[in-house]
Design a binder for this molecule. Structure first.
Ligand code: UDX
Length: 452
């Protein structure tokens, strides 16, 4: 590859799997467009440089220690990272800018995760332009712009009122609002406030979504925020052969297991990199999968089950229920799994990456959102795009089995799959030459080159 080494990009991902993946995908795309890429990262959840030999890596000392991590939820951790990373980030960026002009290529711009709220002002001080990568969907960001008003009216809400409609934002239900029944929703709403301010002050925002999927939200956001937007998703579909940016080792034995299953028969079950369950919930899932009678591939991430040390200490009925019918792994090559012909549906927590990866392969979803943007994502899947169903009625074995059969066996599931396949085709078309995301990528490259 003939490299345009006079243009270097500094990419700064938020150190969580759901944020590292889209940032490194973006790095690969922009590398293919001739930019040199430096990944600036925290020591906490550091990516593996050996999987990305074309990138330079540079770490900052975040000062986060593991005992602190164990005490915090993800919002607390994001706040902590924002407090602790600001000065080491500034120091590192200053050092990089001072090296310019010598051996090092000049910095064309910084691309930061939009949940890092300090990067814009630090970059401005150092005369570096800072674009933002928003890893969630546009519809949810549009919803966040309305949160200051909506939270006054709806948060907190408990009990049956959670099923009511949010009249100001159809088709959302009150229960889809992030942290709606939390005792301490303030921390999350402060983060969302900062997010909107950061995005407003940026010279451009990159989205991992595509115009055909989210045109109404993108149009509204353009009006409300007046910032140039670049919807270039699904970004993993630009990379012909994408290298893994997984923080956990992928267990590839599930692919040969899938090879032996009938087409469209398997329910793939994974709740991303952060969601956790208790022992009773995990048992209910196991029994629901067993009752469904369908083959299943289930990711049980180490640390995802409170009070249960992986499967070794699991009760015997749990293992008996699963015997012979499924495959359990600690971490899967998810994109490859979703693209496999044997997979007929995805039981997901609707993190945005998982949702978009499922859309990209035309796989219908069983939605079980857990926190943050996931409630909004799931509502769009079930009620707007109509490519999935909610696990209404709760995490209960009979209910789970019924929902799986709705998707994999019944006529309703076939109709959902037909709609999912139409969206899959739109997603593929968007990244082909002339497609909307392809054009947005061209525009992004020109935008970066025009930044002074
Ligand atoms: C988090 C938030 O929960 C999510 O709501 C937000 O939109 C992004 O950050 P996470 O919960 O990990 O992310 O979910 P998701 O966004 O779906 O990202 C998980 C990533 O891990 C996906 O890219 C998925 O392909 C990958 N993955 C997951 C694997 O590679 N293997 C697995 O076994 C499970």
């Amino acid at each position: 590859m003939n490299h345009r080494n006079d243009h270097r990009l500094i990419l700064f991902p938020l150190p969580f799997q759901g944020h590292i993946n889209p940032m490194l995908q973006l790095g690969r795309i922009l590398y293919a467009r001739g930019f040199s890429i430096t990944i600036l990262h925290t020591n906490f959840n550091a990516p593996d440089p050996s999987s990305h030999p074309h990138f330079a890596f540079r770490s900052i000392a975040d000062g986060v220690d593991q005992s602190e991590v164990a005490k915090l939820d993800v919002f607390g951790l994001i706040s902590l990272l924002n407090t602790q990373c600001a000065s080491p980030f500034e120091e590192s960026l200053r050092e990089m800018t001072s090296l310019q002009g010598g051996e090092a290529a000049p910095i064309a711009c910084l691309i930061s995760d939009s949940l890092f709220s300090f990067t814009c002002s630090v970059a401005e001080r150092l005369k570096v332009r800072a674009l933002m990568l928003r890893t969630g969907c546009a519809s949810c960001l549009y919803f966040y712009t309305k949160c200051p008003v909506l939270k006054e009216k709806y948060v907190p809400t408990h009990g049956s009122r959670l099923q009511e409609a949010v009249k100001e934002f159809p088709p959302l239900l009150v229960r889809d609002i992030p942290a709606v029944d939390s005792k301490e929703p303030e921390l999350l709403f402060r983060l969302l406030d900062d997010l909107i301010k950061t995005i407003k002050s940026s010279p451009g925002v990159i989205f991992n979504t595509f115009e055909e999927l989210e045109h109404p939200a993108l149009a509204s956001l353009r009006e409300v925020l007046s910032v140039p937007f670049f919807p270039i998703g699904p970004s993993h579909k630009f990379c012909v052969k994408s290298s893994s940016s997984s923080l956990l080792a992928e267990d590839r034995s599930c692919i040969s297991w899938l090879d032996k299953q009938p087409p469209k028969s398997v329910i793939y079950v994974s709740f991303g990199s952060l969601a956790a369950m208790n022992e009773a919930e995990i048992l209910e899932i196991a029994l629901g999968l067993a009752y469904s009678g369908q083959p299943f591939l289930w990711v049980v991430r180490p640390g995802s089950v409170h009070d249960l040390e992986w499967l070794e200490k699991s009760p015997s009925c749990f293992l008996e229920a699963l015997e012979g019918r499924g495959k359990i792994v600690k971490w899967a090559p998810q994109k490859e799994v979703l693209a496999h012909l044997a997979v007929g549906a995805f039981w997901t927590h609707n993190g945005w990456n998982s949702t978009l990866e499922s859309i990209s392969e035309g796989v219908p979803m069983l939605c079980m959102p857990c926190f943050a943007d996931q409630g909004v994502n799931a509502r769009y899947v079930s009620d707007v795009w109509r490519i999935g169903v909610h696990l209404n009625g709760g995490l209960e074995r009979e209910n789970i089995a019924r929902a799986i059969k709705r998707l994999l066996v019944e006529r309703e599931g076939e109709e959902i799959r037909e709609r999912a396949l139409v969206l899959k085709e739109k997603a593929s078309a968007s990244v082909r030459q002339g497609g909307s995301s392809y054009q947005a990528l061209d525009a992004l490259v020109n935008h970066i080159l025009s930044l002074k």
